[in-house]
Write a protein of this length. Structure first.
Length: 131
């Protein structure tokens, strides 16, 4: 019964017949920023761990210091991604990366909170086994 409720909640967040991005497995897809093998859906885009961490470090106003010494059109690849922070950050924004506060995807914890307890039907507050 809990699994059925969980799937109903998941389905309510789905558009058409595909799973929402935060539940899909993107590890076989290339990183949208540098084209390296991705590790999944991070901050609103399919990225590798390196680009995810770069973006998370950059969002706290660090990106304001970035300057491009070329023409602001640097190629961002696995081998060049460390050469221009400005263009790498711009590519992160271009592919749709956002901070957690800006992300439209619900957190998995929030989805689980909508599932009532299987024992007592009380609103979920974590695993409590009907107590």
């Amino acid at each position: 019964r809990v699994i059925v409720l969980f799937m109903d909640i998941i389905n309510s967040h789905m558009s058409s017949t595909s799973y929402p991005p935060f539940l899909q497995d993107f590890r076989s897809d290339p990183c949208q920023v540098c084209s390296e093998q991705s590790s999944g859906w991070h901050c609103g885009a399919v990225t590798c761990e390196a680009c995810k961490k770069f973006f998370l470090r950059s969002v706290n106003e660090e990106h304001l210091k970035y300057k491009c010494i070329r023409d602001k059109r640097c190629q961002v690849t696995r081998s060049t991604r460390t050469q221009c922070q400005y263009c790498r950050y711009q590519k992160c924004i271009e592919v749709g990366m956002k901070t957690n506060e800006e992300s439209p995807n619900p957190k998995i914890e929030d989805i689980f909170k909508q599932i009532p307890c299987a024992c007592c039907n009380a609103p979920s507050s974590g695993i409590h086994f009907g107590a």
